[in-house]
Every structure is written in structure tokens, then in C-alpha cells.
Design a protein around this ligand. Structure first.
Ligand SMILES: Cc1cc2nc3c(=O)[nH]c(=O)nc-3n(C[C@H](O)[C@H](O)[C@H](O)COP(=O)(O)OP(=O)(O)OC[C@H]3O[C@@H](n4cnc5c(N)ncnc54)[C@H](O)[C@@H]3O)c2cc1C
Length: 377
């Protein structure tokens, strides 16, 4: 008999959540991470991530209707505060497609929201500056997830359910066997009935060994946390999360949380052929572009930098996630729910990955995420 029921490759947000849900389902779980558990070379470790219903595609709103209560349940079970409700605003020109579709989807899904004119929005959010031809949509459930704490919480609970977690343990190879998989690390060969690959921007390094190359592009994303003079005015829970939908670029901001500073960033970054080519040095030109946005729409944020770093997006061509089962080896399940917006789903996706690994299907609608939507070599 294999030593484990399921081995999970990669302990970012998705792998940590999968370890929790699989171990809770009485599986003997091994979670392997190539770096230390709080490393900042992937996508998941940071002060905060946005959680929201506001999505242009209703499928995501439907998934969030399950994910929100799952986060609340995780808070109850763990005793940790993970979610802070701040409310949030989307703003842009009303004919910008993603902004227009977001408003339609909120309406279609009956998610309460307020549509504000620039002057109404200005009164309600006096620190912002909106152009006269903009529209602003406020949604009260927007908030912040304490990102690194969410991942730690999933892992802590997984260990309480008996999971084994090994950091600084890179997986070198995967070998499908007739009744499972064999996973090789520098020091050992582990066997299991199933494997779940949640390796972020490194996913193809592993999947290519079993004949699959996904259309994933690592992006170098510049993060910047600013320290306005009156930081308390820009802090959770009173200051809102924001997302701008501008033709030139999409920007977003997250209120200061536990003294983090106000985060303002681009949604997007510089593509690399392979994650090994990512330059983790700060990108001064991007930081200046963030400041240009702030000077126009949030002048107080054009302030001293408190903290800056590079983070990775793993992008698909359509920005929808990938979550699927290997067509030839059903014991191999994989997920790359990033494209810069996956974190808020992680506790739900841990549960869906559990469904896929144990039963080969899930009751949730993940049709958007199937790999066969792409033509692959
Ligand atoms: C700057 C930034 C801002 C974001 N903002 C938001 C937001 O506001 N809201 C939101 O919902 N989402 C947001 N996201 C997206 C979200 O963070 C990601 O969707 C999520 O973190 C992806 O998690 P992951 O587990 O798939 O990947 P990762 O976090 O990259 O984890 C993969 C892990 O696998 C490990 N690994 C890889 N190869 C191996 C191997 N061979 N052996 C062992 N381990 C291996 C890696 O070291 C890594 O730790 C943002 C992302 C970034 C970068």
C-alpha cells in the first residue's frame, strides 16, 4: 500500500487549502514545498488579498457565494480573524467592457450595490478624485483576506488532521504508476494513490513530465505599499478596496491592514518565458506609473514607500483559471487558479480539488476552468 493517499505539490494558497480539505476528508496527506513556507517568490504570501463578489462573469460570483461562507466557517473553526469587511468601489468609464459586465453581473445575480455619479462618489469617498465621465459602483461585501495568515491557518488545521508538511523539499519528478504515483525529491521517493499539483508558476515543469503543457505565462508584478501622512484615513475597515477600469491600465488598491501601508498596484506585469527568468528587483518605472495614477485619482497615496516587492501572477490567455484532471492518468489532478485573482477562492478550491482527487468530479461549476478550452500542442 502507498504511504500516502494524496501528495500535494506546492504549498501556496491552493496547496495549503487542498491539504486542509483532503486531510479533513480522512486522507493521509503529504504536502511538499520547494522553498520555506513563507517564501515570497510565488503568488500567495503577502499581507492582504482582495475578496469580492464584483466580477464580470456570473460564474465567479456564484463560486464566491460559496467561498464567502467557507471563509467564515474557517474563521470559526480556527479562531483566527481572516476577513475584514471594508466595502469596495469599482470605477471607470461606463462603456469599458469589463466594468460594464461587472455591473450587469451584479444586477443579474442580485448582489446589492450602489451606482454612484462622480459627485455622489466624491462626497462618499472624499480622498478619491473621479473624472466627470466616470461611473462608480459600491459593493459592501468587498474586503480583505489576511493572505499569509489564511495559508498558515489551512496548514495548521491540515497538520491537526494528520497531514505531513515538508518545506524546502523540491519535487524533482512525477511518475504515474498503474495504481498511483511516485514522487521523487532530493532525499526520498514517496508514493501515493493520487497527486494534486498546485505549483503556481512552476506547474508546467511538473506537468510536462506527464505530457501536458498548459498555456501559462509568469508575470513579474510590482507591488507597492505607501505610507500617506495620515495613514489611519487609508486603513481598514473604513477605507474601501478599489479597482479602476481605465482604458490605459487596470489598477487596484487595498487599505492599510495591521500597519501594512496602503497597497496600490497594477493588475498585470511583465511576462517571462519561464519563472527562472523573473527579476525580483524593484521596477522603478512601474512604481512611478502607480504614482501617476495616484496623483490623478487618489492624491494622498502619492506618498513615501513603506514596502515594495515583486510578486508572480501565473496568467492564462483568457484570465480564467485552470483546474482539471489528467486525461490519461486520472490520479493526477492539477490547478492553476491565479491570473491575479485566485486567492479569494482558495478555501473553496481546496474543497473542489478534494472532490476531483477523490471522486473525479465536483458538484461545482468549473466548466470555465477546463484545459480543453485551449488548443494545446
Ligand atoms: C501581486 C498579487 C496580487 C494579487 N491580488 C489578489 C487579490 O487581491 N485577490 C485574489 O483573489 N487574488 C489575488 N492574487 C492572486 C492569488 O494570490 C493567486 O491566485 C494565488 O496566490 C495562487 O496560489 P497558488 O497556490 O496557485 O500559487 P503559488 O502561491 O505560486 O504556490 C505554488 C507553490 O508551489 C511551489 N512549488 C512549485 N514547484 C514546486 C516543486 N517542484 N516542488 C515543490 N514545490 C513547488 C512554489 O514554491 C509555490 O510555493 C494576487 C496575486 C499577486 C501575485
Amino acid at each position: 500500500m502507498a504511504a500516502y493517499d494524496v501528495i500535494i505539490l506546492g504549498a501556496g494558497a491552493m496547496g495549503s487549502a487542498a491539504a486542509y480539505h483532503l486531510s479533513k476528508a480522512d486522507q493521509r496527506v503529504l504536502l511538499l514545498e520547494q522553498f520555506d513556507l513563507t517564501h515570497e517568490r510565488g503568488s500567495s504570501n503577502d499581507h492582504t488579498r482582495i475578496i469580492r463578489y464584483s466580477y464580470s462573469k456570473p460564474e465567479y460570483i456564484r463560486l464566491m457565494q460559496t467561498a464567502y461562507p467557507m471563509w467564515f466557517a474557517l474563521e470559526d473553526i480556527s479562531g483566527e480573524k481572516l476577513y475584514t469587511k471594508t466595502g469596495g468601489i469599482d470605477f471607470g468609464k461606463s462603456d469599458e467592457p469589463r466594468f460594464r459586465d461587472t455591473l450587469h453581473s451584479l444586477q443579474a445575480m442580485n448582489i446589492p450595490h450602489d451606482v454612484l455619479s462622480p459627485s455622489e462618489a466624491q462626497q462618499r469617498f472624499p480622498l478619491f478624485r473621479f473624472d466627470d465621465d466616470m461611473q462608480v459602483v459600491y459593493q459592501a461585501d468587498y474586503g480583505i483576506l489576511a493572505a499569509s495568515k489564511c495559508n498558515e491557518t489551512h496548514r495548521r488545521l491540515a497538520e491537526q488532521h494528520g497531514a505531513t508538511i515538508l518545506a524546502n523539499t523540491p519535487v524533482i519528478s512525477i511518475k504515474p504508476l498503474p495504481d498511483g504515483v511516485e514522487i521523487k525529491t532530493p532525499d526520498a521517493i514517496h508514493s501515493a494513490a493520487r497527486v494534486v499539483i498546485t505549483a503556481g508558476a512552476w506547474t508546467n515543469d511538473l506537468l510536462e513530465q506527464v505530457g501536458i503543457t498548459l498555456p501559462l505565462t509568469p508575470l513579474r508584478v510590482q507591488l507597492a505599499y505607501f505610507e500617506p501622512e495620515n495613514l489611519a484615513d487609508y486603513a481598514a475597515p473604513d477605507f474601501p478596496v478599489f479597482i479602476s477600469h481605465l482604458p490605459e491600465h487596470a489598477m487596484y488598491g487595498i487599505p492599510s491592514y495591521a500597519g501594512s501601508g496602503l497597497k496600490v498596484a497594477f493588475h498585470g506585469g511583465e511576462p517571462a518565458k519561464h519563472v527562472s527568468e523573473i527579476n525580483y528587483a524593484p521596477d522603478d518605472a512601474r512604481i512611478e506609473a502607480i504614482r501617476r495614477f495616484s496623483r490623478r485619482h487618489l492624491p494622498g497615496a502619492d506618498a513615501p514607500l513603506k514596502f515594495t516587492r515583486i510578486c508572480l501572477y501565473t496568467m492564462t490567455p483568457d484570465e480564467d483559471f485552470i483546474m482539471d484532471i489528467h486525461p490519461e492518468y486520472p490520479q493526477i489532478v492539477f490547478a492553476s487558479p491565479c491570473s491575479g485573482h485566485g486567492f479569494k477562492f482558495s478555501t473553496l478550491f481546496g474543497s473542489i480539488l478534494t472532490d476531483l482527487a477523490l471522486t473525479g468530479s465536483t458538484a461545482y461549476d468549473i466548466s470555465l476552468f477546463r484545459m480543453n478550452r485551449f488548443e494545446m500542442a
